[in-house]
Design a protein around this ligand. Structure first.
Ligand code: BDR
Ligand code: CA
Length: 322
């Protein structure tokens, strides 16, 4: 028994998922109950192996659970574009299956939520398919979730269609199921759409810093980001940086003071026509909170401080002075 916050990471690693998973595995004041994987950035067969790579890298004994492929996929989406064929920028990283559970992610979520009602927080970094599958299996268990922090959606420009963000668009059926469930119960849902995540990125200077000051982990981060994501971002939008989407959702869990204070909103989603997947929001008596602002620099510093001592952080501050 301990009094630590209990968290499940539901993810599709994915290079930016890797930073979020890293932050949570190293945080001393939380207990990661498990990592549940979903198909998204790459199919499930890749994402769960990448989660295993990370738990091995950090010598963690947190178990990895295989979930579902998205309930509805648009076959035209090429998921390897930003994350590479293997989801980790095609960098070869060994893994073992010693932390792979033979329990299915949906059964595991259900079990934990029934065992710890109103205690479990879920960090959702991919399509909402596992959560939707849980709702379809046992909606009462879903009602026991304390809070969900979800990277997804957009209220401005999209990254997969002009109107939509990848995670939510990739499984609109799951999004619909989750949004309907949220309308019926009081599960707290913090959404981190592109409006806020696009403000947080590591640029080429920061990757160089990580490579030279960041030890083994910093090197791995620079490798997996620079090998593919950086190149593709440059090709797509002519920028030499990588947006850290999933980390933005993760860091809110420990540094909410760096984000905007927001009022609850009601979300509507258009499921028809050319603007399929487009979201809108209005004030409402809900438990849904949409964040659009963060102090990007302080958030990145807080993330680095989870991994590095003050000496390294001082060098990071110097880097940004010039
Ligand atoms: C989201 O999609 C994936 O590419 C990232 O891992 C992030 O979860 C951004 O749209
Ligand atoms: Ca992700």
């Amino acid at each position: 028994m301990n009094n630590k916050r209990k968290v499940i990471i539901d993810c599709d690693p994915g290079v930016d998922d890797a930073l979020a998973i890293n932050a949570l595995l190293l945080k001393k004041d939380i207990e990661v109950l498990g990592i549940t994987c979903v198909g998204g950035n790459r199919p499930l067969e890749y994402t769960y192996k990448n989660a295993l790579r990370l738990v091995d890298f950090f010598n963690s004994d947190v178990k990895v659970y295989k979930g579902v492929e998205p309930l509805s996929i648009d076959p035209n989406i090429k998921t390897s574009f930003f994350h590479g064929e293997n989801g980790f920028g095609d960098v070869e990283i060994p893994y073992t299956t010693k932390n792979l559970s033979d329990i299915n992610a949906i059964d595991f979520l259900e079990e934990m939520l029934l065992k710890y009602p109103n205690e479990v927080e879920i960090l959702a970094l991919g399509p909402l398919s596992n959560l939707a599958a849980l709702i379809l299996k046992n909606s009462k268990a879903f009602e026991n979730v304390k809070a969900i922090y979800s990277m997804g959606g957009t209220f401005s420009m999209g990254n997969i269609t002009p109107y939509c963000e990848f995670n939510y668009y990739f499984d609109l059926k799951a999004l619909d199921i989750v949004m309907n469930a949220l309308n019926k119960n009081k599960v707290v849902f913090h959404m981190f759409p592109l409006d806020v995540t696009m403000k947080v990125y590591f640029d080429v200077n920061e990757f160089t810093f990580l490579r030279y000051e960041g030890g083994k982990w910093g090197n791995l981060v620079a490798d997996i980001f620079e090998n593919h994501y950086l190149v593709k971002t440059y090709q797509a939008i002519g920028k030499t940086f990588c947006v850290l989407h999933d980390l933005v959702a993760a860091m809110y869990m420990f540094n909410s003071e760096l984000y905007d204070e927001v009022k609850p909103v009601k979300i509507s989603i258009n499921y028809e026509g050319e603007k399929r997947g487009k979201m809108s929001q209005e004030h409402g008596d809900t438990n849904i909170f949409v964040h659009k602002e963060v102090d990007s620099y302080k958030m990145k510093e807080a993330y680095l401080a989870i991994n590095y001592d003050e000496q390294v952080i001082k060098k990071y501050r110097n880097l940004n002075k010039s």
